[in-house]
Design a binder for this molecule. Sequence first.
Ligand code: NAP
Length: 290
Amino acid sequence: MQLIDGRHVAAEIRREIYREVENIKARGKKVPHLVAVIVGHDGASETYVAHKDKACREVGFESTIIRLEDTITEAELLEEVDRLNRDGSVDGFIVQLPLPGHISESKVIEAIDPAKDVDGFHPVNIGRMVQGLPCFVPATPAGILELISRYKIPTEGRSCVVVGRSQIVGTPLSILMSRKAYPGNATVTLCHSRTPHIEKYTREADIVVLALGKPGFLTEDMVKEGAVVIDVGTTRVPSKETRSGFRLKGDADFDRVAPKCSYITPVPGGVGPMTIVSLLRNTLQAAKNR
Ligand code: NAP
């Protein structure tokens, strides 16, 4: 069994991006600029945006956080999006989700200029991804593909089961794994909460991707010998062993499943670190495109 070390790969990619930014600077060009818009005071969103800000600075990007109160109206937020679309100093921006209930997330996403949509959530980017055209791929699926390719895990002709069909992870990943490319060329089954007997599918799978948010969901009797398990799940569970009183747990029962696997991602330290690094890559690409 080989552990897929997301922290190591993410650090390697940050170094690669840093070197590219140094080259941009040496040529006297503007460094990439990422803006994150955060509405309200959701704890998880605050943490995530703070991590993005730190990661941007580490690779030499310019980073701006725009904080807006949750009393902002939808029209005001759409105006802010429009301003960022037109701001020539901004290469890419994200609007951190979830948004307060009185604001339509899809309206806001659709208002973002697809050329600056580094989260890859705009329907134009999703459509281009489905058609295999150049686009911004959502950060978590992009990070998973990167892990698969850096570890040279074969995917062609393999069976891949994705559990969870969210718009940010499961659905785009199922499309990417079935496209005619590497990583891809797999035969993909997308399972969700209405799939009866999920074990019937996972047991046959060469690659199992878990993105459902149910800690310990995948047990050792649900995977075959030699399977590749990519665990996206990150759920906070109470813990007596940490100072914070909680720890992150993945969707696989790691200790029991890992011995059967050829490769597996740990939680934390697997897919998680790849997500922000993929956002940085999209931002670098957006800057180059401009
Ligand atoms: P989500 O929006 O939370 O949706 C969960 C998906 O799992 C849904 O499609 C749901 O089915 C399915 N599901 C729920 N219970 C199930 C069950 N018992 N059996 C089969 N399917 C089930 O998905 P998400 O936003 O992708 O998040 C999933 C997990 O990944 C969470 O733990 C999240 O924290 C984590 N995550 C991690 C990263 C990272 O960077 N590491 C990034 C994103 C998400 P229905 O569609 O039928 O409801």
